[in-house]
Design a protein around this ligand. Structure first.
Ligand SMILES: *Cc1c(COP(=O)(O)O)cnc(C)c1O
Length: 353
């Protein structure tokens, strides 16, 4: 594809002062490109952030052909880095393949993203726990009510400066509710892909859990409703007998990049790590579960203070952040925010020019 055209805006927006929340503010520019059968991906453009126009018959609105990604850019002193961006574009291609969306060019998008973030560098906040959240996504835009894989798509990247996911208290322990009626995903379905519909399917359970006073839903497997899969938008980890344990990827769990990174980091820091099937009774009954935490790009690491399954609630580590969770959080964010060396080469430095 040829060079990316840039349409400049005349007036830039005000940058936020004070707390940013999560995903409510958007920067000055966005990246877009189109796909048409026979022509491939084309018309790559950086343009002012604006509403998009699609036909009311656009296939995404009816049949849900939509995938997304989430990653972050950080300020490290005078430098700007993207955290493992290649992993996200590669995962987008796995999601695309599952929804019959044409593959994207990973190398091209890595360049496009760097160009966009370079242009928007003043939007990357510098405070601890703050970053620029990056949301690439694809939607089917072909206007057609018949059911088939669409022949037209739009790919976009929008940017949002964010603070800590759960507000000021970065490591606030969350209360989780184990869903035992609905399931999120089944093997052979789309659970391993980052598709929009997975979230639509999770909302009724999420709302019920919030009404009962819980922050997140913990999903069990779709067959026996017995084995632990993941939390709303995070993978889940347990500290058991000092070991760092997480459910093994089984085709219905989303393969989180934070999950993979935390497994690597924990092993590097000397913890024994294990990926295996974990039954819910095991967690509810084991004295040996000393900590639980979730992992995901948005919240990074989120300690779990209590877990409710059917009519029982178990409090974990007195409802406070445990030492292993805190250690992993400190080491992981130190790499992302440049306070410590990056032994894994996770941070991709952007040329600020
Ligand atoms: C995105 C996501 C995660 C976390 O993945 P990361 O790559 O670590 O951000 C976990 N579960 C679901 C369902 C997700 O959509």
């Amino acid at each position: 594809m040829s060079a990316i055209k840039v349409i400049e805006r005349e007036v830039l927006k005000e940058k936020p002062q004070g707390p940013m929340g999560f995903g409510q503010l958007f920067t000055d520019y966005m990246f877009t490109m189109d796909y048409k059968e026979g022509k491939g991906w084309h018309h790559a453009l950086i343009k002012p952030y604006q509403n998009i126009e699609i036909s009311p018959a656009a296939q995404v609105l009816h049949y849900g052909q939509a995938v997304f990604e989430g990653m972050k850019a950080y300020r490290q002193g005078d430098d700007i880095i993207l955290f493992r961006p290649e992993e996200n574009f590669k995962r987008m291609n796995l999601s695309n393949a599952r929804l019959n969306i044409p593959e994207v060019d990973v190398a091209f998008l890595l360049d496009a993203l760097q160009q966009l973030v370079r242009l928007e560098q003043d939007w990357i906040p510098a405070g601890q726990g703050e970053s620029l959240y990056i949301r690439p996504f694809v939607i089917a835009t072909e206007p057609y009510l018949g059911v088939h894989a669409a022949t037209e798509y739009q790919f976009m990247i929008i940017l949002s400066p964010v603070g800590a996911y759960y507000g000021d208290d970065q490591l606030m322990a969350t209360r989780i509710y184990v869903e035992d009626e609905y399931v999120r995903a089944v093997r052979g379905g789309v659970g391993f892909a980052k598709v929009a519909g997975n979230y639509a399917a999770s909302l009724a359970a999420q709302t019920r859990a919030s009404e009962l006073g819980y922050h997140q839903v913990l999903w069990l497997d779709g067959v026996e409703q017995r084995y632990i899969e993941e939390v709303g938008s995070m993978n889940i980890f347990f500290v058991m007998d000092g070991k760092v344990v997480t459910p093994e990827l089984n085709g219905s769990i989303l393969p989180g990049i934070t999950r993979k990174s935390i497994l690597q980091l924990a092993a590097y820091l000397g913890y024994e790590v294990e990926e295996r099937r974990i039954a819910i009774e095991e967690v509810m009954n084991a004295e040996s579960v000393s900590e639980i935490f979730g992992t995901g790009t948005a919240a990074v690491i989120s300690p779990v203070g209590s877990i409710r399954y059917q009519d029982r609630e178990v409090v974990i580590n007195n409802g406070a952040t445990g030492p292993v969770t805190q250690h992993l959080y400190d080491e992981y964010t130190a790499i992302q925010e440049g306070r410590k060396a990056d032994p894994f080469n996770w941070c991709l430095k952007i040329n600020k020019r």
